[in-house]
Design a protein around this ligand. Structure first.
Ligand code: T1G
Length: 697
């Protein structure tokens, strides 16, 4: 018998138990163990029904993703699921935690499914660039009908046990936390009631009902909007449609063929890199798992503006009381009003009840005095980017906050060490860089100062998880990881327009790559004045920041979406960027003033100068140890800046693009464009020399 799957009999019930931590994934050992246990149960004359149950925190959470891309070993999952279904003894799956992907497909191969009420089921393969490849696209619609199966499979979203019961995916749902007892009781009832073997493959009512439906084309149209650039969602629709057009066995073959196409798509590798990257970033180099973490049960926030308000919502959403301080009452009232409006918008969309809105608002206490921070565990400063003001604030916090309180800044660019130097406890100072809108964006770039203690680092990473963010720990430099690379891209995007490209041409190259929006549309969203103020701040501190046509936009009050005119113009109530001839004239005028003769610029040059420059900067960031691993940079860009996850992030994408190709282009632009951004990173040169990739680091 295998290590990870056991068979025993209790009374007249044969019990197959899977025990393969952390999530009972269907690795080779589990697949072969299950097949052997099934055979044992079949040959066990005393066993009149067979129960499949798992140890640990969850039922089977899918195929073992770590095996993807490696040579696959028999038995394949479809073989196993068909064998389960062909059992001539009733087979019951008892589900706790999650039944996902191949795990749900395994349960759909069983004849009955019972679950605990807090269990979840789903087919999330599409999130990995795949589709359910073990019969899920053929069996699920036989239980739910076409539309619900398409929804579950093209979104990959999990559903709760009670919803699954209502959809016919589950046969029973029980309260409690003892899945083995629930499973045994249900199996006994199957025996006592002489319930027959019941194969999902034979259930065709829902198939007949939706045969010839146009729901498949409806989903294809809808996916054009919400799955732009993605490959597998469309294959998911093709596979589910096959269940309605082909006999079951033919449908399985069609599913397998489409599954193989997805497996071979480069998007699969990118999305799986993102899946594991999102989990790996939580393991910070040099920070042992058992590093003590401080309790954070109360939070203070300085600034009730866009960022402060959004940050406050994250904590109220998880039941943590927040005190938000502003200098003036009207700023406080305005901030709280925006928070309430955001919550009420969620309630209008059915995402929250009005009672939950009131509960969360009750957790946010407005204040006009720092004294209210005396007992808080964590304070996050979210005022606009001015070093002098931030140092003043931290000096004040140092006076009023209790020992052990964590003092964090939401600065997006400024030096954490300099901010910390305004306090007597730099070891308790850290950067917590949220992304706008802070209650929505998943990334939290945590910035360690040179004196930040391990305890504080471990605590802000734990806080990130608690508020549902993907926390990445990075080092302290201007712009940290994300903005430092973004600035390089921004500089190149500006130069490309100076030299002859149009803003919309540059943006199209980035959206064609898969970014939700381009450089200039993003500036309009963030506000042209934000970048202008930062440039003016740097000019005031003596830095030589060249003039730009963007400054002229700001000086003309074209601040972006908020003024319905920036680089683009916007119709009333619309966020759709429309190229504006006035801006083209302004740019032409600027070129004349700068003595620039515009030239034809190719999309390839734009891609190279806007994205290769980021990769080169990313390599420098790794050299300096500002990021510990290339995947830290990838996750920052995927969750903070909309880099398409199916490309795996800028460093993973660079490996696919070819580091030698990128290096030779970097050297070309070093000669033709110049600037420190085109000085080749030593790491990039070394990797190319050694024929290695970022993925080898
Ligand atoms: N394979 C391998 N490792 C997995 C895994 C999997 N399917 N799922 C999780 N892990 C690891 C994860 O990397 C982490 O490892 C640990 O388990 C805990 O995970 C044919 C082809 C189950 C909801 O997409 O959504 O089936 O970091 O930190 O927050 O149709 O993990 O500790 O070393 O995420 O409690 C479909 C993926 C596969 C589900 C638990 N299944 N997993 O969340 O813990 S494709 C999925 C999840 C498939 C078939 C196809 C979540 C979770 P480490 P965690 P969590």
């Amino acid at each position: 018998m295998s290590e990870v799957v056991s068979y025993n009999r209790e009374g007249s019930i044969g019990v197959i138990t899977v025990n393969y931590p952390p999530v009972n994934a269907l690795g080779h050992a589990v697949r072969s163990g299950l097949l052997a246990a099934l055979e044992q149960g079949q040959n066990d004359a005393e066993a009149r029904a067979i129960l499949l149950v798992c140890e640990g925190r969850t039922f089977i959470a899918g195929a073992d993703i770590r095996e993807f891309g490696k040579p696959i070993q028999e038995p394949l999952l479809p073989t196993l699921v068909n064998a389960l279904e062909n059992s001539d003894k009733p087979l019951i799956a008892a589900i706790h935690g999650t039944a996902l992907g191949g795990g749900l497909e395994t349960a759909l191969g069983c004849h009955y499914r019972v679950a605990l009420s807090n269990a979840k089921v789903g087919l999330p393969e599409v999130k990995l660039g795949l589709l359910p490849g073990a019969g899920g696209t053929q069996r699920l619609p036989r239980l739910t009908g076409a539309r619900k199966a398409l929804e579950m499979i093209t979104t990959g979203e999990f559903i709760g046990a009670n919803d699954a019961l209502a959809l016919g995916i589950l046969d029973a749902v029980e309260e409690g936390d003892d899945i083995r007892a629930v499973g045994m009781a249900y199996a006994q009832k199957v025996i006592d009631d002489k319930k027959p073997v019941r194969r999902v493959r034979d259930m065709n009512d829902k198939i007949e009902a939706d045969k010839g439906s146009d729901v498949f084309d409806q989903f294809r149209d809808e996916l054009k909007k919400r799955a732009r650039g993605l490959f597998s969602p469309f294959k998911c629709v093709d596979a589910v449609e096959a269940a309605f057009n082909l006999p079951f066995e033919e449908g399985l073959k069609r599913e397998r063929a489409l599954f193989t196409e997805c497996m071979e798509s480069p998007q699969r590798a990118g999305l799986i890199h993102s899946f594991f990257g999102e989990r790996e970033v939580s393991k910070v180099k040099g920070l042992p798992k058992d590093t003590p973490v401080r309790d954070v049960n109360t939070v203070g926030i300085i600034g009730a503006g866009t960022m402060g308000g959004g940050i406050a919502m994250n904590f109220a959403n998880v039941g943590i009381p927040v005190t938000i301080v502003e200098v003036k009452q009207e700023a406080l009232d305005k901030g709280l009003a925006i928070i309430r409006r955001n919550y009420e918008n969620s309630a209008k969309k059915g995402k929250l009840t009005q009672e939950q809105v009131e509960q969360r608002m009750a957790l946010i206490t407005p204040s006009l005095t720092y004294d209210d921070f005396r007992d808080v565990d964590l304070v996050i400063e979210a005022v606009f980017e001015n070093m002098a003001i931030k140092k003043e604030i931290f000096a004040r916090l140092d006076e009023v906050c209790k020992p052990g309180a964590i003092l964090a800044s939401n600065t997006s660019t400024l030096d954490i060490d300099e901010i910390a130097s305004a306090t007597s406890r730099p070891e308790d100072v850290v950067g917590m860089h949220f992304f706008s809108p802070a209650n929505v964006m998943k990334l939290l770039e945590n910035v360690r100062g040179s004196k930040t203690s391990d305890e504080v680092k471990a605590t802000v990473m734990a806080v990130s998880r608690k508020i549902g963010k993907v926390g990445v720990m990075v080092g302290n430099c201007y712009g940290f990881v994300g903005n430092r690379m973004l600035h390089k891209r921004g500089t190149e995007a500006m130069s490309l327009v100076d030299e002859g490209a149009t803003p919309q041409q540059v943006d199209k190259v980035l959206t064609d790559l898969g970014f939700p929006m381009g450089q200039f549309a993003m500036s309009d969203l963030a506000g042209i004045d934000v970048g202008y103020r930062i440039r003016e701040e740097r000019r005031k501190s003596g830095e030589d920041i060249p003039a730009s046509w963007m400054d002229k936009l700001a000086e003309q009050g074209r601040l972006g979406q908020k003024t319905q005119a920036g680089v683009y113009k916007y119709e009333e109530g619309s966020r759709k960027p429309i190229p504006d001839p006035e801006v083209e004239q302004l740019i032409e005028q600027f070129r004349k003033e700068q003595g620039i003769t515009p030239r034809e610029i190719t999309d390839q040059e734009i891609l190279e100068r806007c994205v290769y420059v980021m990769v080169n900067e990313g390599a420098k960031i790794l050299e300096e140890g500002i990021a510990d691993r290339p995947l830290d940079i990838d996750i920052v860009w995927i969750y903070g800046y909309g880099f398409p996850a199916y490309r795996g992030g800028p460093m993973f994408w660079a490996d696919q693009e070819g580091l030698d190709t990128i290096l030779s282009a970097v050297k070309k632009y070093q000669d033709t464009v110049g600037g420190e951004q085109w000085e080749p990173a030593a790491l990039l040169e070394r990797l190319v020399r050694e024929g290695k990739k970022f993925g080898d680091l």
